[in-house]
Ligand binder design. Structure first.
Ligand SMILES: Nc1ncnc2c1ncn2[C@@H]1O[C@H](COP(=O)(O)OP(=O)(O)OP(=O)(O)O)[C@@H](O)[C@H]1O
Ligand SMILES: [Zn+2]
Length: 628
């Protein structure tokens, strides 16, 4: 194919001389690589850890059917060379987080372009680019929404300047006692799958919760006197063992989950003073109501009647029970998979039966799959627009026109200026950013006698703070080493709790990540209980810290008011970040679903009215992502 050069001629030279790192050769990465090659860039390194899956072929057009199973980076390189064989593209089938890609490696590039799908890798590349002082263009898409932004040390905010919201999660008692939306029932059905066939997690109990603060007082005594209480108590011990006793007899399972447990819930009468009480179902009298408007719909689009749900429940239990009996020693449980027919049938059937019991609208199998699998479709055109915008930002950087760089949003509907592509001037760095400020600090709330050193490393340092190989010293004047990145040096510390190292309320820890060239001071705040039963909370800006009493008084109860994430970076043991959805989008657009949210307008450098970002950004996950 002919070499097509769309860049302004003055740029030609700097484009030719530039060396570009493309991180990720997926949806955005493939489009980007093609754009770069066709724009005259001729020295590119592309890195991706993954191999090509058949599901990538509909939009990652550098890949064909015969490439399935092969390295994305290698094939992306080969296909992109087809556009222009005269360019140099180096392909690495590897994770960008591996230690060989150190700061020296990053320093060789003129611009780094992220085309990633997860926060850990984004956050890591952000740190590497800050340490190497190389400009980074960050991007993301989710369905029709997308964003591109330029990041440069000292000149803009970094990827971590604005803490990201975790996924939406639901209080346990809503799931177990008082569901009010289809998603509550879907989450419950997934938990039920795990209790019966998967890796049982006590936090995913599906039985009525007598500790529900709303029912406090009489819940235990009244409910326990109830005829249904026996089943409730027995099965609380081990739902799976109980199910095995009856060889997963569907009528027994049905009787417990859709009749006995519901009667038990009804006995917690305080729960129903302001809510519609649930109606237990009877195995011998299952409603057959069929909606009359489902004529032309295919199976997955139809909303099943309760009787159809029972049929699907019976047949899926049979298959899943058989499978679980065939498990060998190593795999002792089944793993729920949205693409597995029996698993999906089970969750569709059980969630809809529960919805029926609680008078909640039922959902089609298709909808349940999307909600249970956290699926937002990847859209080829969104990726293409975003990849084009990345190259435009690169042109500005190469021309040295940093002040013209923008945070660009792709919206699903036109904004007040009738545009779907909306640029916003770059914000300056957050002076309290726990990554790019001169003296990064965070406060971590946790229970020092319960948190082990291992959990602290895995969940707090690596999980929430995205460190790669942390070294941690207790600031106790003795230089106690809590965690060493040298293998084996602190192994014996791992099973101990933080309090075993005299870490208490107010203790400071000095953390260092040699690989990321990142130093961080952590102040520990000892809290017996954290809101929403979190195992820990990371607060990036200590001025946001609530007084001890305020947090503790909220105890293990669900929080209603303080679930807003900013400005703290909150993480819980159970946060399962949907990696594809790391997108910030603009609020306050005309015709936008979020129009009711206040938007503050400001003038950008170019004189165009646009919407300020930091306080007006809404993580997509706040609204649309569900924690399962
Ligand atoms: N640490 C990492 N190092 C290198 N590449 C990474 C890393 N983390 C993620 N990636 C790559 O980033 C790409 C992101 O692309 P995309 O969002 O299209 O995901 P996908 O896996 O191709 O598609 P989908 O998730 O929708 O099936 C993926 O190819 C993924 O392998
Ligand atoms: Zn920052």
């Amino acid at each position: 194919m002919a070499d097509v050069n769309v860049a302004p001629s003055l740029l030609d030279d700097s484009i030719r001389k530039s060396k570009i790192l493309v991180v990720g050769a997926g949806g955005i990465g493939c489009e980007l690589l093609k754009n770069l090659v066709l724009s005259g860039f001729n020295d590119i390194l592309v890195i991706d850890l993954d191999t090509i899956d058949v599901s990538n072929l509909n939009r990652q057009f550098l890949f064909q059917k015969e490439h399935v199973g092969k390295s994305k980076a290698v094939i992306a390189r080969e296909s992109a060379l087809g556009f222009n064989p005269n360019v140099t593209i180096v392909a690495k089938h590897d994770s960008v987080m591996n230690s060989e890609y150190n700061v020296t490696f990053f320093k060789q590039f003129t611009v780094v372009m992220n085309a990633l799908d997860n926060r850990a890798a984004r956050s890591h590349v952000n740190r590497m680019c800050l340490a190497a002082n190389v400009p980074l263009i960050e991007s993301g898409t989710a369905g029709y929404l997308g964003q591109v932004t330029a990041i440069r040390k000292g000149l803009s905010e970094c990827y971590d300047c604005n803490p990201k919201a975790g996924q939406k999660s639901f209080p346990g008692c809503t799931i177990r006692n008082t569901p009010s939306e289809p998603i509550h029932c879907i989450v419950w059905a997934k938990h039920l799958f795990n209790q019966l066939f998967g890796e049982a997690d006590p936090d995913e109990d599906v039985s009525p919760d007598t500790a529900d603060p709303e029912a406090a007082g009489d819940a235990g005594s009244v409910a326990l006197q109830n005829q249904a209480s026996e089943a409730g108590n027995v099965t609380r011990v081990s739902t799976r063992a109980w199910a095995q006793q009856s060889e997963y007899d569907p009528s027994k399972l049905f009787g417990k989950f859709f009749c006995d447990d519901i009667k038990y819930l009804l006995s917690m009468d305080k729960l129903w003073t302001k809510r519609t009480p649930p109606t237990p179902l009877s195995w011998d009298n299952i409603p057959e109501e069929i909606s009359d408007q489902q004529g032309g719909l295919i199976k997955d689009q139809k909303v099943w009647s309760p009787a159809e749900c029972v049929q699907a429940m019976v047949s899926s239990i049979k298959i899943l029970y058989q499978r679980s009996k065939e498990l060998n020693g190593e795999e002792s449980f089944l793993v729920w998979d949205k693409d597995d027919e029996a698993s999906m049938d089970f969750v569709t059937a059980c969630s809809n039966l529960r919805s029926h019991v609680f008078s909640i609208p039922k959902k089609s199998r298709f909808d349940v799959k999307a909600m249970a699998g956290n699926i937002i479709p990847a859209i080829a055109t969104t990726n293409a627009v975003i990849a084009g915008l990345i190259v435009f930002e690169a042109f500005k950087i190469l021309e040295g026109k940093w002040e013209e760089c923008r945070h660009v949003y792709l919206n699903s509907k036109p904004n007040a200026l009738n545009k779907v592509i909306a640029p916003s001037s770059l914000d300056s760095a957050n002076p309290k950013c726990y990554v790019c400020s001169p003296h990064p600090e965070v406060t971590v709330l946790l229970n020092v006698s319960q948190m082990t050193v291992q959990s602290f490393e895995d969940k707090v340092l690596r999980g929430a703070l995205h460190m790669i190989s942390p070294d941690v010293m207790v600031d106790d004047g003795k230089g106690t080493v809590l965690i060493s990145s040298e293998e084996g040096e602190t192994t014996e510390n791992m099973s101990k709790s933080l309090s075993d190292f005299n870490i208490s309320d107010g203790t400071r820890l000095r953390c260092e990540d040699f690989h990321q060239e990142y130093d961080l001071n952590i102040t520990i705040i000892d809290r017996e209980h954290l809101e929403e039963n979190r195992e820990f909370t990371v607060i990036a800006d200590p001025s946001q810290l609530q007084p001890k009493a305020a947090v503790e008084s909220s105890g293990p109860q669900p929080s209603t008011s303080s679930s807003k994430p900013a400005p703290s970076t909150r993480a819980t043991e159970s946060v399962e970040i949907d990696e594809d959805l790391d997108v910030i989008f603009q609020k306050g657009c005309a015709n936008d679903d979020h129009q009711q949210e206040p938007s503050i307008r400001k003038r950008s450098i170019s004189g165009q009215a646009d919407i300020g970002s930091a306080s007006k950004k809404l993580r997509l996950s706040e609204n649309d992502i569900i924690e399962l």
